[in-house]
Design a protein around this ligand. Sequence first.
Ligand code: NAP
Length: 295
Amino acid sequence: MELIDGNKIAAAIIAELKAQVAALPGRKPCIALVRVGEDPASVSYVKKKELACAEIGIASQLLFPPVTISADELFALVDKLNADPDVDGILVQSPLPKHLNEVAVFRRIAAHKDVDGFHTLNLGKLAQEDDTGFVACTPAGIMELLQRSGVKLAGKHVVMLGRSLIVGKPAALLALQRKPWANATVTVCHSQTANLPSITCQADVLIAAIGKAEFVTADMVKPGAVVIDVGVNRVPDLTKKSGYRLTGDVHFSTVAPLCSKITPVPGGVGPMTVAMLMQNTLKARRQSLIQVGNK
Ligand code: NAP
């Protein structure tokens, strides 16, 4: 079994992006990081994104409105960032408080600044295999992780566990693409799927994104499969100072010995998500430079 080291692969991508940003003409790329409220997981995710920006040389604008912000106020904030020529990318950290409609907020972000790839136009471009759009960072990170680990998807059976807009659906669409690094046969499973283990056991590549701690057990995995664990779950653990430990959607200790390759949690998909956000921000800046050049 080989461990896929997301930290190492993400660090290599960050180093590549740093060199590319240094070589850009004009001002550096800039991303607005919007975090509503003080949800601890969101605080930690946004901090990681801010640190990655600093390392690469991407400017970040930090906007932390209170949890009580109204939908209209948040729309106004997004509109302001949409209109700001010095902002290339906008990220509104998910999840938003319950009184805010997340999809409506994602749609409000100008599609050409939607570096999270959740806007309807960008999801449509993904379905059409139009590479001018932005692909959601976690699915993009999964594909990059597979490619850089030498996993070839063409002709393989990829089983995607989970159908969210943030992970499952875009990851399935990516693996399906008519591209040399994709061309997989894809099955998507969800909470209503019958006989789940009979399907997951057919997977050459099993991607788990359901948000249920250690749900995928050894009897659900074909020996020799590649397993990508997207889940990030907090499980109470009084031996830890924080009172919890992080675990994926895969029961790592029993599944890992069966696999040819597997990602750990933490240190697998998570760092790739941040690296892909940085890559998308650079892409947004490049596209805005082309726009200016064309005028
Ligand atoms: P989500 O929106 O809650 O979607 C979960 C999906 O799993 C849904 O499609 C759901 O089916 C399916 N599901 C739930 N229980 C199931 C079961 N018992 N059997 C089969 N399918 C089941 O979650 P998400 O946003 O995709 O996130 C999934 C996990 O990935 C979470 O742990 C999240 O924290 C993690 N995540 C990690 C990163 C990262 O950067 N590492 C990024 C994003 C998310 P239905 O559609 O039928 O409800």
